[in-house]
Design a protein around this ligand. Structure first.
Ligand code: SF4
Length: 233
């Protein structure tokens, strides 16, 4: 049975409930008077090529040493930083990326994330994509979850679900899948609710994949979408 992204969103929401992404330790930032948006940026970089559970360990280490602010990241000793983020893998590259990103924000925007995000979405996206090690998924995660900009995040889970349903996307490319979801959701979800819906939808797709669809042999027999999915395995 064919369905639309909006119906899929509704079904996932009914099945798993609100995920309230991005996972941030709000209380920590209240206590520290720090900007939680920078933790989201750090998380978006650390989660490249690894599971979120590994990122959580790295973030916990950074938190213990209060390295979740732009100045602290700039001044952190690189060797120490690598040890802290080691659980997230690729720690040499990721340490460099984090430090470069923090230094860039400091130099160009005085370390003010409000200034950085208070511009046109496409301008910020272009800038993010020009930074070393920032691809579309990381850039869009930063834009949506840290900056509250309206962009749909596509990850490997989204690609797999698109393929399995299948949705009529032009190709399996990041841009085509993003365009498909954005076009569809912009005509079916009122403007005011779109940013929260994009945040939830991405998180719900991750939840679906984690619980049923991201296994070598997907658990189709008990998947809540098996009456819709055309690629039952
Ligand atoms: S029915 Fe199977 S292939 Fe389809 S979404 Fe569920 S787990 Fe994935």
């Amino acid at each position: 049975m064919a369905t639309s992204p909006k119906n899929l969103y509704k079904l996932l929401l009914d099945t798993f409930g609100h995920q309230y992404w991005w996972p941030v330790d709000w209380k920590y930032h209240q206590r520290q008077h720090s900007d939680p948006r920078f933790e989201i940026i750090i998380g978006a970089i650390l989660t490249q090529n690894t599971a979120w559970t590994n990122v959580e360990k790295a973030l916990e280490n950074l938190k213990k040493q209060n390295i979740l602010t732009i100045p602290a990241m700039i001044h952190a000793e690189e060797k120490n930083l690598k040890t802290m983020i080691q659980p997230s893998g690729f720690f040499n590259q990721k340490a460099q990326r984090l430090k470069l990103f923090a230094s860039y924000l400091e130099k160009k925007y005085g370390g003010d994330l409000q200034r950085f995000f208070s511009r046109d979405t496409s301008e910020i996206r272009h800038e993010l994509l020009s930074m070393p090690g920032i691809g579309p998924e990381t850039a869009d995660s930063i834009l949506l979850y840290s900056g509250d900009h309206l962009v749909f995040v596509v990850d490997a889970y989204t690609k797999r679900i698109c393929h399995r349903f299948p949705f009529p996307v032009l190709s399996n490319s990041y841009d085509d899948i993003q365009q498909f979801f954005e076009n569809n959701l912009s005509s079916t979800i009122p403007e005011k609710g779109r940013i929260p819906a994009y945040k939830e939808f991405h998180a719900l797709l991750v939840e679906l994949a984690k619980q049923y669809c991201w296994k070598k042999k997907p658990n189709c027999s008990i998947c809540p979408l098996n009456h819709l999915c055309e690629k039952l395995l």
